[in-house]
Write a protein that binds this ligand. Structure first.
Ligand SMILES: [Zn+2]
Length: 159
């Protein structure tokens, strides 16, 4: 019997989307990058999309989904993630972000507090660290880290 994470890899990499599910079997946590296009059956997964696939910034959402009986988590990072380029993301954010709640002089503080913790340098290491973090919070769950290749669209397990 394949695990939910094994099924996810199989479904996506072979574009098998016709299986029928009444209930979700897995929680997918991935980046909000618009190039990520997962091919999975309907209702198979709950999905949380967050910059850099950083689970620490969405813990209440994860807790809520786990309370629904989900036993597996796939943590999916991807190649060419904007969150791995601090200088570029900082420039883009400082130039482009506008909010009536955030006057100019507060942008730096906001960035440090809310964006900086999701920035990383090594994708593999970042995924391993976040997987370890999730495992420490939810030791009874099956948690796998994966990398989505933006060029080939192939999903690979991080070992
Ligand atoms: Zn990304």
């Amino acid at each position: 019997m394949p695990t939910a994470t094994e099924k996810l890899l199989e479904y996506h990499n072979k574009s098998l989307t016709t299986e029928h599910y009444d209930d979700a079997e897995i929680l997918i946590i991935t980046c909000l990058d618009n190039r990520i296009d997962l091919h999975i059956p309907k209702k198979f997964a709950f999905t949380i999309r967050i910059a850099g696939a950083n689970p620490k910034s969405v813990m209440p959402n994860i807790a809520f989904i786990i309370s629904r009986g989900i036993k597996s988590i796939a943590l999916i990072g991807h190649t060419d993630c904007a969150m791995s380029d601090e200088a570029k993301i900082k420039e883009t954010f400082f130039q482009g972000y506008h909010s009536i709640d955030l006057p100019g002089e507060k942008v730096e503080e906001y960035f440090k507090l809310n964006i900086l913790p999701s920035i990383f340098t090594d994708l593999n290491e970042n995924l391993k660290e976040n997987k370890k973090y999730l495992k420490s919070k939810f030791p009874e769950l099956n948690i796998q880290a994966m990398i989505y290749d933006i060029e080939t669209h192939v999903l690979n397990l991080v070992k």
